[in-house]
Ligand binder design. Structure first.
Ligand SMILES: C[S@@+](CC[C@H](N)C(=O)[O-])C[C@H]1O[C@@H](n2cnc3c(N)ncnc32)[C@H](O)[C@@H]1O
Length: 234
């Protein structure tokens, strides 16, 4: 059982307020013409709206329970025929198709602990792409204020759903815990700075087309959020 299996049923209510990225990824999908591979597709929070826009999505995730929620969401939206869900690891995705766009939304690459794993994941994403294909993803690095405001405190993020952030600035690791009723899990997120991401993307064979600071396409100015749009080189 993966950690996300434990909280699959509370993931959507927990992340209910996270909507700002949906339009961004749907626009990327429409611009690409599809099909799209979403790495770490989760419950289909992004994949289902992409399918609703008429673009086929192949979604890969290591959590069968998250995928079960995604399958139900695609069915109830009437787009199950456009959403192909596969259990697998994003570092070695079970996808032989080559596509014009791969995406990895909502900071999922930070689940790769070591830099070498992140590089492996970027290389695997590149392999999915047609020549000149694009890879879009978002990550973050916390600000000092964010760490000070949230460190070590249980906060009620949504009614009955509690979240706690434990930050380790030395190892640059966030241990993020969530609990609601019997469901409970703690995830580790391992952040990097923008220059480090740029170096890894270069090493993985990507040209960075855009580095935004938010999903409204404002430029990155050194704040927390980073939204990368990259093109497969060569
Ligand atoms: C924060 S959720 C993001 C889900 C979805 N993309 C979204 O935007 O709501 C992170 C997802 O990454 C998945 N995940 C974590 N490690 C993975 C891995 N090595 N391979 C594939 N999926 C992974 C988890 O199962 C979970 O569904």
């Amino acid at each position: 059982m993966t950690l996300y299996d434990r909280i699959a049923r509370i993931y959507d209510p927990w992340s209910r307020s996270v909507t700002e990225d949906v339009g961004f990824y749907v626009d990327q999908a429409l611009a690409s013409g599809g099909p799209v591979v979403e790495l770490a597709v989760g419950t289909g929070r992004i994949a289902v709206p992409i399918a609703e826009a008429g673009i086929p999505v192949i979604g890969v995730d290591s959590s069968p329970e998250m995928l079960a929620v995604a399958r139900a969401a695609a069915e109830s939206a009437g787009v199950a025929g456009l959403v192909d869900l596969r259990v697998g690891d994003l570092r070695d995705p079970p996808v032989s198709e080559r596509v014009p766009l791969a995406i990895c939304p909502f900071r999922s690459l930070l689940h790769m602990e070591m830099e070498a794993e992140k590089l492996g994941a970027l290389r695997a994403a590149r392999e999915l792409l047609e020549p000149e294909g694009r890879f879009a993803f978002d990550v973050f690095a916390p600000s000092r204020e964010d760490i000070e405001e949230t460190h070590g405190r249980w906060l009620e993020r949504e009614p009955g759903i509690f979240e706690r952030a434990d930050w380790d600035e030395g190892s640059r690791t966030l241990s993020l815990s969530v609990r609601s009723g019997d469901a409970q899990a703690t995830f580790e997120l391992n952040w990097l700075s923008a220059p480090e991401w740029l170096r890894l993307l270069d090493e993985a064979g990507f040209d960075v087309l855009e580095l935004y600071g938010w999903f409204d396409s404002r430029p990155f100015d050194g704040e927390e959020d980073m939204v990368f749009v990259c093109r497969r080189r060569g």
